[in-house]
Design a protein around this ligand. Structure first.
Ligand code: DOR
Ligand code: ZN
Length: 332
């Protein structure tokens, strides 16, 4: 059995910097025709010059003319209309992090008071720049995403023309909320379709499955599977592939992030096939995102084949999701 995918897109990707960027970018550019690149570098991407330099670095590392890095800016409520207009053509979206909620997010937002965000969000709305949000409160870890839903709703209501993407949703509550506002959309990762908190911490602690937001309950995973495998047009694939060296994962103070980029399409094909939904994979990994973001990525054909693929134990110093496991789909 074979499955042809056209122009797969990863609408939430961390490519890091320096040597790490050089090593991991080809692992995405080989199989994806584009990706939305997260701006939580050190320091975060906040100027036009930084966007351009970062994009150049990625294009150079990709060594593949059929890969488009769609760039993002790290949200600040100091961005005004004039600045956003000047940078609009260089970015696809702006990513908002609550301050300190995850890796390199210290410069994020401290207050979700609409008044303090209004000038920037109004300008984004007028310029049609989508807002991507890491939606977690600073509450109890299992409740953080659910506690953030009222903020999503408030923003969606206050800025009805602003497209808001709920990044890497992990709960049934978010799966419901995304359907309740016309201007809310969501990304779903591979790992949140596969695992629950039990896989992370139910037995021996699994550092390579530790990420933010943390995987939740079986019923939450079921709600995500329902949206993704039916390719609901409000959701799209965003891997949140977030590499950290093994030394930072297998350590006290384990870094958050799951590295899925090189195995994502194979593992998605397996999951969609198991559920008898293989015909929906194209929409989930490309068509939905093209419509939501209004983009036309470079044409790229990827042929998946039903043939065993043993996930490598590591890619350099990074341990991937499902390391050493056997998948039933490989890329030709
Ligand atoms: O697990 C995560 N890792 N979640 C995030 O939001 C950030 C990411 C990273 O950059 O490592
Ligand atoms: Zn992320």
């Amino acid at each position: 059995m074979q499955l042809q995918l056209t122009s797969p897109l990863d609408m939430h990707l961390h490519l890091r910097q320096g040597e790490m960027l050089k090593n991991i970018t080809p692992l995405s550019s080989k199989t994806f025709s584009g990706a939305l690149i997260m701006p939580n570098t050190v320091p975060p991407i906040t100027t036009k010059e930084m966007v351009k330099n970062y994009r150049d670095e990625i294009v150079e590392a990709a060594k593949d003319g059929t890969f488009t890095p769609y760039m993002t800016l790290f949200f600040s409520n100091s961005y005004n209309y004039e600045f956003l207009q000047s940078i609009k053509d260089d970015i696809l979206a702006i990513k908002l992090y609550p301050a300190g909620i995850t890796t390199n997010s210290e410069g994020g937002v401290n207050s979700f008071d609409i008044e303090t965000l209004k000038e920037t969000l109004e300008a984004m709305s007028q310029l049609q720049i989508p807002l991507c949000i890491h939606g977690e409160s600073d509450g109890f870890v299992m409740d953080r995403e659910a506690e953030f839903i009222p903020i999503y709703k408030q923003l969606a209501t206050a800025f009805p023309k602003l497209k808001i993407v709920m990044e890497h949703i992990t709960t049934a509550a978010s799966a419901k909320a995304v359907l309740e506002h016309d201007n809310l959309y969501a990304t779903i990762t591979l790992h949140h379709l596969y695992i629950t908190l039990d896989d992370v911490a139910g037995g021996m602690l699994q550092p390579h499955l530790f990420c933010k937001p943390i995987a939740k309950r079986p019923e939450d995973r079921a709600a995500l599977i329902d949206l993704a495998l039916n390719a609901n047009p409000k959701v799209m694939f965003g891997s949140d592939s977030a590499p950290h060296p093994k030394s930072a994962k297998e350590a006290p103070g384990c870094a958050a992030g799951v590295f899925t980029a090189p195995i994502a399409l194979q593992a998605l094909a397996q999951l969609f096939e198991q559920h008898g939904k293989l015909e929906n994979l194209q929409a989930f990994v490309s068509d939905n995102a093209q419509k939501i973001y209004n983009i036309t990525p470079p044409k790229k054909s990827i042929l998946l084949e039903k043939k065993e693929f043993i996930v490598p134990d590591s890619y350099g110093e990074i341990v991937p999701f499902l390391a050493g496991k056997s998948l039933q789909w490989s890329i030709q």
